[in-house]
Design a protein around this ligand. Sequence first.
Ligand SMILES: [Zn+2]
Ligand SMILES: [Zn+2]
Ligand SMILES: [Zn+2]
Length: 101
Amino acid sequence: MTATSAPPRACSICGWSCPDLSPAEARLRFNRCSRCGAWVCDAHFNENRGLCVRCAPRICRHCGRPVLPGSQFCTVCGAPQFEPQHHSGPNRTADPTQADL
Ligand SMILES: [Zn+2]
Ligand SMILES: [Zn+2]
Ligand SMILES: [Zn+2]
C-alpha cells in the first residue's frame, strides 16, 4: 500500500468520518498534522500550530494551561473550551475567535 496521497477517511483521534462527502470535500474537513502526519478533524487540530492535538495539545485560552482532547472545560480554571463542530454545515456562522463570555 503506497497511498501517500490518499484522502482522509476519518479523524485519527476520535474516528469521526464523513462518508457522504467526496474526497475533495473530505480534505477540507480534515487537517493533516505536519509532525505525525495524522489526519484529524477540526476539533482535534491545533490550527495555531499546524499540528494535531496529540502533538500540540490545545491551550486554555483563559489560563494558558494544556487542555486534554475532548475536555469540555479546563481542568485548571474551569473555563469552557472549544466545542467540536463535527456535524455543522459547510457554512459556518460562528466565529471561534469571538469572546462570548
Ligand atoms: Zn476528531
Ligand atoms: Zn500529530
Ligand atoms: Zn484554564
